[in-house]
Ligand binder design. Structure first.
Ligand SMILES: *Cc1c(COP(=O)(O)O)cnc(C)c1O
Length: 473
């Protein structure tokens, strides 16, 4: 399998290089040159298989000859062995046609674990083969740092440094990061805000000499392998609900468009997905796009579903590439305009094409809280605020004209309710308990270093600890 950039001017790469490169050199995102195809018979044959095995079948065509099948199977098994549910991603039924796909049984209780647990291991495998090491550096407001740390902890060829704003994350968020004592994990509590953390990380990456010396790498949401890993659960849940002999609709609470793009990929590979519903919170840049054909940046408003509070949906560029007939130069021009003017528009034809697959619903804060409360009352089931945005959008989508009444409506459950206990308690009156794997979180020893809000100080800190530097020949 070969991968091309959405902006058409970066080298065509194989899987290994796409994995380690992340962002393409022309500023674009890598996508497969063509979609592997699964016949109805091949999809039917996935019924009843363990999640690992579906994962191997779905992802193998994307690897080319980068990793032999047996080695890949071992990596996949290891990645999902740490999930605390035997089904890895179980389905829970809400009403006669609606299910929640629980993606939060990994180490940090959110769906990013599904992709990141695999990504860390794939990095390690490829780096070992090449005899290389990398230094992962990232910033977090508290929400996503732990997923990256859990992905990289104890990996032999990766050191990870995560900056969080000192005193500005919740205690659970902080402890999920600082309670990891692995020697290759370095938590930095920065004397500053989340924006300061991000600015420092950007400064390190933008300094080419520093980037090369520290062998900097990111495990960010635009990495192709993350999308690849997310495609799997659309197949796994689809066959469990009767695909390919039953149509499916997925409702995806999204901000960056990553998760719902993976659903689009599953559809392109042959899964009978009739509709993809984009569920937005108050930060509704995507919902406004699907209404109007115009993508327009606006300031971010903090919400109860913070992991969807984004200004730009970076993965949308991958869909845009297809809407432009895979013309990289056209995407490049559109993205330049977006950066310069804060907006772009697609043609009526392109919008019509997108609306053949996608619809979108915006769910405000009151509706989110009412859905957390109502789902508990109606179904005896507690959802977190992100999943609630999806459940509310699913109820709206169920009434959409044209949706096959026989279609199974699957809402992606992106976080465990115990990850957002305050909102859940306010809505339902009871505080969700942490699952057993995190029950001792508040007793765990913590390790972190406090650093000033200063690029040079952080750079020096990383250089003294990153094995890519200290053990370089
Ligand atoms: C990251 C995240 C999302 C949004 O995912 P996208 O990649 O933006 O689609 C939704 N819910 C939770 C809990 C998340 O952590």
């Amino acid at each position: 399998m070969r991968y091309v950039s959405t902006r058409g001017a970066a080298p065509v790469l194989g899987f290994e290089d796409v994995l380690l490169t992340g962002l393409a050199r022309d500023g674009g995102l890598y996508v497969p040159e063509s979609w592997p195809q699964f016949s109805a018979a091949e999809i039917r044959a996935m019924r009843g298989l363990p999640y690992d095995e579906v994962a191997v079948r779905v992802m193998l065509p994307f690897l080319g000859d980068a990793i032999p099948e047996d080695a890949f199977r071992a990596i996949v098994r290891d990645a999902y062995a740490g999930f605390d549910h035997a089904a890895v991603v179980p389905l829970v039924q809400l009403d006669q046609r609606t299910w929640v796909l629980e993606l939060f049984h990994g180490p940090t209780l959110a769906f990013k674990d599904v992709a990141l647990q695999l990504l860390g291991r794939l990095f390690d495998h490829v780096l070992a083969k090449r005899g290389e090491r990398v230094t992962v550096v990232g910033a977090t407001s508290g929400d996503t740092g732990s997923a990256a740390i859990e992905a990289c902890r104890d990996r032999r060829n990766i050191d990870i440094f995560i900056l969080h704003p000192r005193g500005r994350t919740s205690e659970v968020q902080r402890r999920q990061m600082t309670g990891v004592l692995s020697s290759n994990v370095h938590n930095i509590a920065l004397e500053g805000t989340f924006d300061d953390c991000q600015d420092i990380v950007k400064a390190l990456f933008n300094d080419a000499a520093c980037r090369d010396r520290l062998k900097l790498s990111a495990v960010n949401s635009i990495n192709w392998a993350r999308i690849m890993a997310q495609i799997v659960y659309y197949f796994a849940s689809g066959v469990a609900l009767g695909a390919p002999d039953r149509p499916l609709a997925f409702v995806v609470p999204t901000g960056n468009f990553g998760n719902v793009y993976a659903a689009y990929a599953a559809r392109a590979m042959g899964l009978p997905v009739e509709r993809l519903v984009v569920a937005s919170n108050t930060n509704d840049i995507l919902a406004r796009f699907f209404e109007s054909g115009t993508m327009a940046m606006t300031p971010v408003t903090p919400t109860l579903s913070p992991s969807m509070d984004i200004q730009i949906s970076s993965n949308f560029e991958r869909l845009l590439f297809d809407l432009h007939g895979r013309d990289g130069a056209a995407v490049d021009e559109t993205m330049r305009r977006f950066r310069a003017e804060g907006r772009f528009r697609v043609t009526d034809d392109q919008l019509r094409h997108a609306l053949a697959t996608f619809s979108a619903h915006r769910v405000d804060e009151d509706a989110t809280m009412a859905t957390v409360a109502g789902t508990k009352v109606r179904c005896g089931y507690t959802v977190d605020p992100h999943t609630a945005v999806g459940v509310a959008a699913a109820r709206a989508a169920a009434d959409d004209a044209g949706l096959d009444p026989a279609a199974a409506l699957v809402v992606l459950g992106t976080a465990h309710p115990a990850k957002f206990p305050d909102a859940v308690e306010k809505a339902t009156g009871s505080r969700p308990a942490l699952p057993p794997r995190l029950a001792d979180l508040f007793e765990r020893e913590e390790r972190f270093d406090v650093l000033p809000n200063d690029v040079a100080a952080v750079q020096d800190y990383v250089a003294r600890r990153a094995r890519a530097v200290t053990e370089a020949a």
